[in-house]
Design a protein around this ligand. Structure first.
Ligand SMILES: [Zn+2]
Length: 126
């Protein structure tokens, strides 16, 4: 998947910055100049950024920019600490919540391998 496609998939899936969704105390979203942004549903894709999340808090190379299952949409304020947060990055201090969120969205594809049922075989007409 190309980088631009992956970015579009992530922003469409998340529907805006995920910080207010995952953390009621995250505060308002801010654009790259520190101005308040509209609420999630009205945020423009042009104002949103994408953060890459490792599977575990271990050291190592960050995932690529082409894997939506390891990326989330964030406003510049929650991503980079722009605006009134004074440089405090919400994304960095809420990795666990973001991983849970991604796990929920990615769950289906991970469970697929374990399904071996035969739905027709279980039908019992009595
Ligand atoms: Zn935000």
């Amino acid at each position: 998947m190309r980088v631009e496609e992956a970015r579009a998939v992530v922003i469409s899936r998340d529907g805006g910055c995920v910080a207010p969704l995952l953390d009621p105390g995250a505060g308002r979203c801010h654009d790259r100049w520190g101005n308040e942004m509209p609420r999630r549903s009205r945020q423009s894709a042009l104002d949103l950024e994408v953060d890459r999340i490792r599977d575990a808090p271990a050291m190592g190379k960050a995932p690529g920019h082409d894997d939506p299952s390891r990326m989330v949409a964030l406003c510049p304020g929650h991503h980079r600490g722009v605006g009134p947060s004074g440089g405090v990055q919400w994304a960095t201090s809420h990795r666990a919540e973001i991983r849970e969120y991604l796990a929920r969205h990615n769950g289906r594809s991970e469970e697929r391998d374990g399904v071996h049922g035969d739905p027709l075989g279980s039908v019992d007409d009595g």
